[in-house]
Design a protein around this ligand. Sequence first.
Ligand code: CMP
Length: 138
Amino acid sequence: SLQRTFAVIKPDAVAAGNTGNILAEIEAAGFSIAAMKKMHLTKSQAEGFYYVHKERPFFGDLVNFMTEGPIVALILEKENAIAEWRKLMGATNPEQAEEGTLRKKYGANIERNATHGSDAEETAAFETRYFFNAMETV
Ligand code: CMP
């Protein structure tokens, strides 16, 4: 059924000038953009976004990466949007991502992987509300 997911174009892809390419691929894949904003996260905002990973060894590096430059935060709508967006992104590690996926094309390594997408309905709900209020959403 029609579903929404939360997505991020990460600092590596924004800095490389790939925002437009990624947005074009999002629309070509049949997603509609329900909300979008460009922002530069603070450390505490990035820590809050990724709090589920706070015990992981890569957490500090991840927060540094996510705050090194602006991101584009998005709400995407499509049938089965959560799974469909994860399919378009490809595997977390760009080296393992399928040809044609966003992370394969625009990602450099397992950390600097160009895009983020919610992994389940509960995380999509949390992440959406973390970034967008009701008046910012179509
Ligand atoms: P994302 O899908 O946004 O979720 C967590 C992020 O942590 C991931 O993409 C990567 O940017 C980063 N990361 C860095 N190292 C790892 C790792 N070993 N496993 C998973 N994610 C990692």
